[in-house]
Design a protein around this ligand. Sequence first.
Ligand code: ZN
Length: 80
Amino acid sequence: MAKQKQTFQCYQCKETFDLLIDLEEQPVLMGYCPYCKADWEVDFTPENSTVIIHKNTTQKTAGIKQLPAIIVTEPRKTEK
Ligand SMILES: [Zn+2]
């Protein structure tokens, strides 16, 4: 599956930034805000599907889901 460009909004400073994501390779994304350096994560796995919405019902729902234009990140809770 090709990578897709996705806009995220920092939970802390509310700045937005774009990342290339590949949800099949990486269902849980983690990173640092380029503005305030906050650690964030976004979980795209089906059990945490609150960020996944189905806007276009004519598309196949298997595989990559339709995502909101801007995804608000969450404070990182996964310990490395
Ligand atoms: Zn930030």
